[in-house]
Structure formats: C-alpha cells, structure tokens
Design a protein. Structure first.
Length: 240
C-alpha cells in the first residue's frame, strides 16, 4: 500500500513537474521569438550620410550655367570690338561696281586703317550716302581733298599741286565698253573725296550728288569672302 502511494505520488509529481517544465519551455521559446523579432527590426549599424541627388543636380546645373556665361562673355569681348571697330561685313547690292563687285558679293571692310591714315586714290570704300545717312554706298575714290576734278570727253582729269595743268586718269580696272559720262569741274574742300562707281553707265555717284565728306567714310574694302571662286583680297590700284 505504501509502495503504491509512494509510486503514485512520484508519478503525480512527475506529471506536475513535466507540465511545469513544458510551460517554462513555451515561455522561453516565446521570449526568444520576441527577441528575434526585435533584433531583426533593429539596424546592424548607424546609417551613412550621402549627398541628396537633388542637391548634387542643382550644383552641377549652376556650374554648367556659370561656364556657359563665361564663354559668352569672353566671346562677346572678342567679337564686339572686331565687329564694330575693326572689321565689318557687307553685301553688295546693285550693279554700280561691276565688274569689280557684283550684286550679292559678300565683302569685309577694314575700319581701323583710316584711323591712322587717309583714304587713297583707287581705294574702294564704304560710306554713308550724303543725302540719306541711313544707307551705305560702295564706290571708288577718284579725287582727293583740295584737288580739282574735271570730267569731259569720257575722261577724268585730276588737277592738283603736282599737276596744276591736270592729268588724265588711267583707269585699267574699267571694262573696255565703259564711258565716264558727264561734263563738270569741281574743287574739293580739305575733307572731301570725289567717288565714282566702276560701272560708270549705271552708277549714282559724285557726278550726281557731289563729293563725300571724310566723316561719312566707314572703311576700305579689303576682302571678298563670297562667292568662293572669287575669294581674295582687293588688289592694289596702280594709275601709272
């Protein structure tokens, strides 16, 4: 009897102990699972600081804009003085300078030479039309300041200190069929130039509206840039 009671007590205690251990294991497992969930949610290390993409893009854009502005400023600093004070382009319009220049020719004029020297006989110049200074004309210098220009018998005769009796101008650049129509004699003032077109039969020039004042002369034609097959510098004029 006692042995049964003892054995039963052992068995009951074994059951009690077994149940108690099982609960403890479950609680322990629940604790491990909770801890694992927490550890997975925590970062392994502190986050690294990196530049924001928008900020980097803004910086690159500002650098690009500044570099572009610098290029534009430098270009203008070079081009503007050349364009307005040294070289200026023009398109020839009309037939008054044929066959030296044709309608549509693209020419460049030298604006700086006449700042240090005076126009010479034979120079092809660009100037403001005396009767309408908004227009530019192209003609050839024939008479110089203080000379007397005479036109008669289809010839141009120059009177000056070296040739008081006058000499007939030998104009080799004119076509053989050209005629210098007119009958006039004019004395030029110290700042005046007498100009004619090379196509004398179709040119409106000093024969019609008088001499050109020095202040109206823009520059000397020194280069024909177009058409390509006629590209080149203006040849010097020799009247001898």
């Amino acid at each position: 009897m006692d042995n049964r009671i003892f054995l039963g007590t052992i068995a009951q205690r074994g059951k009690f102990i077994g149940r108690h251990n099982t609960r403890r294991k479950i609680k322990a497992l629940r604790g491990c699972f909770f801890y694992d969930k927490i550890s997975q949610s925590m970062p392994d290390s502190e986050p690294q600081l990196t530049p924001k993409p928008q900020r980097r893009l803004r910086q690159e854009t500002l650098v690009f804009i500044w570099e572009t502005v610098k290029v534009v400023i430098i270009s203008l600093a070079i081009i503007i003085p050349i364009r307005y004070f040294i070289i200026q382009p023009f398109f020839v319009k009309g037939a008054s300078m044929e066959n030296t220049f044709d309608d549509g020719d693209y020419i460049l004029i030298d604006e700086i030479s006449y700042r240090f020297a005076q126009p010479e006989r034979g120079d092809v110049i660009i100037f403001r039309y005396p009767l309408d200074q908004s227009q530019f004309f192209i003609k050839r210098v024939i008479g110089l300041p203080e000379e007397t220009i005479e036109i008669k018998n289809d010839q141009v005769i120059i009177h000056n200190k070296q040739h008081p009796e006058g000499f007939a101008l030998n104009e080799s650049y004119l076509m053989a069929d050209q005629r210098t129509i007119g009958d006039l004699r004019i004395k030029l003032d110290p700042n005046e130039y007498f100009v004619l077109g090379d196509n004398r039969l179709q040119s409106s020039d000093s024969r019609r509206w008088g001499p050109v004042n020095r202040s109206l002369i823009t520059g000397r034609v020194f280069l024909r840039a177009w058409p390509i097959n006629k590209f080149g510098e203006m040849p010097e004029t020799n009247y001898q």
